[in-house]
Design a protein around this ligand. Sequence first.
Ligand SMILES: *[C@@H]1O[C@H](CO)[C@@H](O)[C@H](O)[C@H]1NC(C)=O
Ligand SMILES: *[C@@H]1O[C@H](CO)[C@@H](O)[C@H](O)[C@H]1NC(C)=O
Ligand SMILES: *[C@@H]1O[C@H](CO)[C@@H](O)[C@H](O)[C@H]1NC(C)=O
Ligand SMILES: *[C@@H]1O[C@H](CO)[C@@H](O)[C@H](O)[C@H]1NC(C)=O
Length: 417
Amino acid sequence: MKLPFLALLPAVAVAACAEGLTAKTRNGTYLGRYLAEFDQELFLGIPFARSRVWRKPEPLTESWKGARSAEWNGAVCYPPDKLAAEVTNVTQVSEDCLNLNIVRPSRASLAKVESKDKLLPVAVWLYGGGFYDGFGADFNSNFSYVVQASVGQGMPIMAVTLNYRVGVLGFPGGKEAAAAGIANLGLKDQRQALRWIQENIAAFGGDPDKVTLWGQSAGATSVAAQILAYGGKSGESLFRGAIMISSSVGVVNTYRADDSRQVGNYAALLNHTGCLDAVTGDSLDCIRNTPVPELYEAGNKVGGVLTWYPATDDDFIAKPPTVQLLAGEFPRDLTLLSGTNSDEGFEYSESLTRGTPNGIQTEEQLRAGASALMPMARPETLDLVFRTYPVDGPRPPYAWSSPNPSFCDGLEAAGMK
Ligand SMILES: *[C@@H]1O[C@H](CO)[C@@H](O)[C@H](O)[C@H]1NC(C)=O
Ligand SMILES: *[C@@H]1O[C@H](CO)[C@@H](O)[C@H](O)[C@H]1NC(C)=O
Ligand SMILES: *[C@@H]1O[C@H](CO)[C@@H](O)[C@H](O)[C@H]1NC(C)=O
Ligand SMILES: *[C@@H]1O[C@H](CO)[C@@H](O)[C@H](O)[C@H]1NC(C)=O
C-alpha cells in the first residue's frame, strides 16, 4: 500500500507547480508568488548572469526541466547591509549575486484596466548608494507601490529591480583592471541584466520594446552611463526611455584608469591583500584568489565612498562623459526625464563643511569644499555654479522645477540650453 502512494508524490508536486504562478523563460520555468496585499505577482531572485570576483558577468547558458522557485529574494552583493536585510528577508551575501526581481500586477487586476493579453511597459530600477552600497530588493527599491499606483491610474506597468556589484568588487581601479576590461564591472552587470530582459521579459508579460531605465543618485549616473556606453555606439537597443533622479554623468569625477589616484588605490589594495610581491599581470589573479571578505575589508582600508568608482577605461566609458556629451556622441532615439530629489544636497553638506567647524559662511569656503570633493571640476565650472546658486542669494533653488531664471541662465551660459 505504501509504495504506490510514494510513487504518486512526484506527479503531485509537478501538478502543483504547473497550477501555480509560473513563467516559462527561454531556458526554463520559474515559479513566482502571489502578493495578496497588493494584488501583485512576484518573481524574485532570478539569476541573470554568473559573477566571479573581478571577472566580467558571464551569461547563463544552462537550461532546466521543471519549475525553479523564484518566490524569495536571492543573494545580495557586498557589502552586507544588516538593517535592510532584516526588512527584506535577505540573508545571503555573496560575490555571485547577479539576480533580479520582477513585480507585476496580477492578471485579474489587469483584466479590469485593459486586455490581459497586452504586454506591459517595463520600468527597470537601478539603485543609488554611491557605487558603494545598495541592492535590488532593498526596501527603498520596493516597486509594489509604484506598480500599484500605475494600475490605479489605468496605465499599468511592471518593474524589475536588479543587483549590480559595487565598491571594490564592482569598480576595481587602475591600469591592470582597465586592460582586463573589469574597471566598470558594476555597469557591465547592469547591461547584462538589460540583455536578459530583452530575451526573457515577454515570458513575464513585459514588452521588451518598452523598457524604461530608471535610477536615483549613483543609479541615475548609471542610467547616463548606460546611455553613453561604448562611446554611444554599442548598436544595442536595450531601452527606449530613461529617468535620472539626482544625478547624471560627470557630476562626480570620472578619473582615467591610469590617473595617479586610481593607480595609487590599486597599489594600496595590493599592499592590503598581500599581493604586492605578485608579478605585474599576476597581481589580478592574486586578488581574485583573495577570500572575498578579506578583499572587501582591504578595499575599505584603501578608502570609503568615491574610492572604487566608475573610471574612463577606453571601453565601457570610452571617454570622459562630459567630453563625449559635448562631442554629441550619444544616441538620439531616447526619451529622457531628468530631475532631483528636493533638498537632497543637504546630505552632502557635511562633507563640504569638513575643516570648517562653524559651517560654510563664505563663497571661498564653499569653493574650497567643492574643489576638494570634485578635484576635476574646472574653475570656470565652479564659477558657473556659484553664479547659478549664489551663497547670499534668496532661498536656494534646490529643485530644478522651481521657477529659477538664474539656473536657466547658467545652463545657457554653459551652452547646455
Ligand atoms: C539560454 O541558453 C542559450 C543557449 O545556451 C543562451 O544563448 C542564452 O543566453 C540563455 N539565456 C538565458 C537567459 O540564460
Ligand atoms: C523569508 O524567506 C524564506 C525563504 O528564503 C521564506 O521561507 C520565509 O517565509 C520568508 N519570510 C518572510 C517573513 O517573508
Ligand atoms: C513591499 O513592501 C510590502 C510591505 O512591507 C511587502 O509586503 C512587499 O512584499 C514588498 N514588495 C516587494 C516587491 O518587495
Ligand atoms: C603598506 O601598508 C603599510 C601599513 O598599512 C604601510 O606602512 C606601507 O607603507 C605600505 N607599503 C606600500 C608600498 O604602500
